[in-house]
Every structure is written in structure tokens, then in C-alpha cells.
Design a protein around this ligand. Structure first.
Ligand SMILES: Nc1ncnc2c1ncn2[C@@H]1O[C@H](COP(=O)(O)OP(=O)(O)OP(=O)(O)O)[C@@H](O)[C@H]1O
Length: 287
């Protein structure tokens, strides 16, 4: 059980928190407030979506999860240990961050070197790091790219290699910033399948920051809605997405299924009480 010396009173705190962002605020050097009074949790084996309009603080929050940014006030705990300047070099391995632009992450001369970098940095021997990297590339379906130059990969391939790079470190949590932005349907679906496998097969929790609520409706166990640097709503996708005022008031559009169901209920003068989240449920609800 994790025990926190905490003043954070938000309702979703549980004993299996892997990450606990405790009332953290971050002010950038130019004085802009990225997040404030942020209480955020990541539990074991869950997919949690962080959704909000542009500039709502999604990336700032994600960068606090592995110590890339430290809060100006408040605290962040990973597996019960507080992230500080002194501890973050030990703790970062538990939380892998996949950037919105994979170019920001890939720098080695070959794909294999890139994916081996994290494991080597963690202290694995060369053969161990190679094994971890090969396995991670296989897991994301990026085999046969070992000798390629990362800069010359397609956007979708770069995203896969970036995910493999954090997966090779065997983290407890992978945080992905806009994991499917700029990807075609085929690559988006591939990334969605990888996210589900990370939770179901590897037991890794995934935090994804995104505007794509259709994807969130398909994948997430829990949704946090951010607005102006704070969480304004949190719950299951069904509870959150059927609160249109909350979603639309935060600069987002409800998932298509929700919109169609609302229109259907309005048109046929029905109570919108079935709350479908996917096409199968929608068809059932409209029977
Ligand atoms: N390096 C920085 N220096 C100063 N201000 C920053 C910096 N990065 C982000 N901000 C500001 O912090 C606030 C939150 O930005 P953040 O990038 O976290 O939002 P976001 O929800 O990820 O946005 P988007 O969806 O557009 O990527 C914004 O006002 C932004 O201008």
C-alpha cells in the first residue's frame, strides 16, 4: 500500500496508484501557468485518457509523469516515491513518455541503436539491451527495420519505433502524447491495438493525451477532461461523454456515436438512457 503525506483530496485516489500527481502546479519560466492544482492518478493496468482543447495542459501534465518537468508547487509520486531533482534519474525508467512528434525522441544512427539506448542507459548489458530492443520492436510490429535510419522512416513507422524505445525499458506506465495524430487509418488502428495489448498482455498502464474522443470511447477505462490547466471532469467514458455540457464546454466534440444517439433520441422523442459508446451498442439502442 502506498501512503502519501498528502493534502490531495480528490476522489479517485486508490491504494494501487502507480502515479499520483498531488495538487501540482507548473509555471513556465516566462510566467505562463501550464497546470494548476492538478490531482491526477494512474492505477495498475488501465488506459486513462487526458482530453482537452489546445493549451489545456495535457502535454504539461504528461511531462510531469516521468520528471521531465517538476512541479513549481505540489508533488508527484511514482510508485510511492516522490519525484525530485535527486530521485528522477532513478524513477524515470518506470514511466516511458512517447512524444507527440517522434522526431523529438529518435536520434541514434539506426533504429536498433535507438531502441537499445534506454535499456543500455538503465544499466543492461549489450546482449540484454539488444534482446529487449528486438522484443520491443517485434511487439509493436516493427520488425525488419533494425538497420534503417530513423530520420528516413515514415511518420507511422517513427511512432512505432518511439513506442518500442520506451517499451524496451519495461516501464510500468507509458504516456503517449497524441498517439494517433497525423496517422492514416491503418496506422491509427495499429496504434490502438498496441495500446490495448500494452494493458492486456504486458500489464502496462497507458496514459494518452488526445483530442480524439472517438478513440477514447473505444479504448479508455477512465477519462480526465482538462480545461485551462486543471481537471474539470473525470470518470468512465460513458459518464463523461454523455455529459455534453462538460465535453463541449471544454472545447471538445463528443464522439460520433454519442452525437448520432442524441440526434436519434431527439428526433424520435426518446429518453437518451441507453448511452451507447460504440457502433454495436448504438445499433442495439436504436432497435
Ligand atoms: N515551454 C513552454 N513555455 C511556456 N509556456 C508553455 C510551454 N509549453 C506549454 N506552455 C503553455 O502552457 C499551457 C499548456 O500547454 P500544453 O502544451 O501543456 O497544452 P496542451 O493541452 O498539450 O495543448 P495542445 O493540445 O495544443 O498540444 C499553454 O498556455 C501553453 O502556451
Amino acid at each position: 500500500m502506498l501512503e502519501y503525506d498528502s493534502h490531495c483530496a480528490c476522489p479517485v485516489k486508490r491504494n494501487d496508484d502507480i502515479i499520483h500527481v498531488d495538487c501540482a502546479s507548473h509555471i513556465y519560466p516566462d510566467g505562463v501557468q501550464g497546470i494548476h492544482n492538478m490531482c491526477f492518478h494512474v492505477h495498475e493496468r488501465e488506459i486513462v485518457a487526458v482530453c482537452g482543447g489546445n493549451g489545456s495542459g495535457k502535454s504539461t501534465l504528461l511531462e510531469h509523469l516521468n520528471g521531465l518537468l517538476l512541479p513549481s508547487s505540489g508533488r508527484v509520486y511514482v510508485m510511492g516515491e516522490e519525484l525530485t531533482g535527486a530521485t528522477k534519474n532513478e524513477i524515470w525508467r518506470y514511466v516511458g513518455l512517447v512524444f507527440q512528434r517522434p522526431e523529438d525522441q529518435l536520434f541514434a544512427p539506426t533504429v536498433l541503436d535507438d531502441v537499445m539506448f534506454g535499456p543500455l542507459n538503465m544499466g543492461m548489458s549489450m546482449p540484454e539491451a539488444r534482446k529487449a530492443a528486438v522484443e520491443a520492436l517485434e511487439s509493436v510490429g516493427a520488425t525488419g527495420m533494425d538497420d534503417r535510419l530513423p530520420a528516413y522512416l515514415s511518420g507511422g513507422q517513427k511512432r512505432l519505433v518511439a513506442i518500442a524505445g520506451v517499451l524496451a525499458m519495461k516501464p510500468r506506465v507509458i504516456a503517449m502524447d497524441e498517439p494517433t495524430s497525423d496517422l492514416d487509418t491503418w496506422h491509427s488502428e495499429l496504434i490502438e491495438r498496441i495500446i490495448v495489448r500494452l494493458r492486456n498482455e504486458f500489464g502496462i498502464s497507458v496514459v494518452m493525451a488526445t483530442h480524439d474522443l472517438d478513440m477514447v470511447a473505444r479504448l479508455a477505462d477512465r477519462v480526465c477532461i482538462l480545461k485551462r490547466g486543471a481537471i474539470v471532469g473525470e470518470g468512465t467514458p460513458r459518464d463523461i461523454f454523455y455529459n455534453r455540457a462538460l465535453v463541449e464546454g471544454s472545447g471538445l466534440a463528443v464522439p460520433k456515436v454519442v452525437e448520432i444517439y442524441h440526434d436519434y433520441c431527439y428526433h424520435f422523442n426518446k429518453e437518451p438512457d441507453m448511452r451507447p459508446l460504440n457502433v454495436h451498442e448504438l445499433i442495439e439502442a436504436m432497435r
